[in-house]
Ligand binder design. Structure first.
Ligand code: PLP
Length: 382
């Protein structure tokens, strides 16, 4: 029985041919394919091409977005404890101070009431994460931000397809940051995208992502003659390569089809696991589009097995699973630096200790799906 790899991407012949063409073109770095991917992405989310900038990760996107937002050092940024460490690390890299606000136990997204309770005179931004692809309560979050004059940076790592009341995730705040990491819904290997409301802020983020140079390498080394560049800020090395965009262009062209397949798998899990003593993810909310990035089940007191034993049992059945996530304050670095304790954010702590993500990749066959269902049923009898 082959091991079912968690989050395996669905790579097709178009990507392989485009990567080969890119290699043969002699132009591997930031160039025409990145520009094409940016245009395609802008069209997908209904914004102008000047409102997006491709980078080499979502972590990089979050970092330079926060720098470009011009928040003074030490400003507090409110985010969720139920996220990947990169969300909090990016706040720290930007010289800002993370403040956690607990999640809603049903949606697993940051709770707007908890955001309000976490606001201090030093609060300057809110960084919501659309967890698992389910949109945050953007009406309430934007109302809080407007009332208090706060910047909003959306972590859209799970949310390429997500919409809230007909509007795409990433277009509510000042910035939306997307990931094209290998397990995400659109894959470039490593990769990310900045989407910004203000073109000038996006231009600054883009410049910061390439050493703070005023013209990118494509313009400098194109066929229009040598161009001098000027370094106008101390930037970073966060640019996306054409080699990566070559994959992304074709992945993005199939974003809708792959989403439909994940939704099918999601519904099949819902049916097949109903009635077992495990928690299933909340149904998508009316008037929203769920990105269906993660299918998270809760292994709790009723389940008759501990969460970590469940992970082991699935592994023994040759099925890869994930944990999204142990809450941020479970990690020693944040405990030591900020004195955080998981108990301070009890919902995120409990979810983080119970949650298991089942495979939900469009690369899965119906047979793969049934294997996962059978495995869960054998570990957790009705
Ligand atoms: C994957 C992920 C990131 C980081 O994305 P990279 O592209 O790997 O840097 C940030 N936030 C969340 C919620 C993620 O899942």
């Amino acid at each position: 029985m082959p091991f079912l790899v968690f989050g395996a991407p669905r790579i097709e012949e178009d990507e392989i041919a485009e990567v080969e063409a890119c290699l043969r073109s002699g132009w591997l770095g930031t160039g025409p394919r990145v520009a094409q991917f940016e245009q395609d992405f802008a069209r997908w989310r209904g914004v102008r091409a000047s409102q997006v900038a491709a980078v080499n990760s979502c972590t990089a996107a979050l970092h330079v977005s926060m720098v470009a937002a011009g928040l003074e050092p030490g400003s507090e940024v409110i985010t969720t404890p139920l996220t990947f460490c990169a969300t909090v690390n990016a706040i720290l890299h930007a010289g800002l101070t993370p403040v956690l606000a607990d999640v809603d136990p049903v949606t697993q997204n940051i709770d707007p009431d908890a955001i309000e309770a976490a606001i201090t005179p030093r609060t300057r931004a809110i960084l919501p994460v659309h967890f698992a692809g389910r949109p945050c309560a953007m009406d309430r979050i934007m109302a809080i931000a407007r009332k208090r004059g706060l910047v909003v940076i959306e972590d859209c790592a799970h949310a390429i397809e997500t919409e809230f009341h007909g509007q795409p995730a990433g277009t509510f705040g000042d910035f939306g940051c997307f990931s094209f990491y290998v397990t995400k819904n659109v894959v470039t290997g490593e990769g990310g995208m900045i989407l910004g409301r203000d073109e000038e802020h996006v231009a600054r983020a883009k410049m910061l992502a390439l050493h703070g140079m005023s013209k990118d390498a494509w313009h400098r080394f194109g066929d229009q003659g040598y161009r001098h560049y000027q370094v106008v800020e101390c930037g970073f090395k966060y640019n996306m390569m054409d080699l990566q965009a070559a994959i992304g262009i074709h992945q993005l062209a199939r974003v809708q089809r792959n989403w439909k397949r994940r939704r099918e798998l999601w519904q099949r899990y819902d049916e097949a696991l109903a009635g077992r003593p495990i928690g299933l993810p909340a149904a998508p909310e009316e008037g929203t589009r769920h990105g269906h990035h993660l299918y998270t089940v809760m292994i709790d007191a009723r389940s008759g097995i501990g969460r970590d034993d469940f992970l082991e049992a699935m592994n023994a059945r040759r099925i890869g699973t994930g944990v999204h996530y142990l809450s941020v304050p479970e990690h020693p670095y944040y405990q030591q630096r900020f004195g955080w304790r998981p108990e301070q954010w009890p919902q995120a702590m409990r979810l983080g200790r119970q949650t298991v993500s089942l495979p939900l990749s469009p690369a899965m066959s119906d047979g793969d799906m049934e294997r996962v269902v059978e495995a869960v049923r054998s570990v957790i009898p009705a």
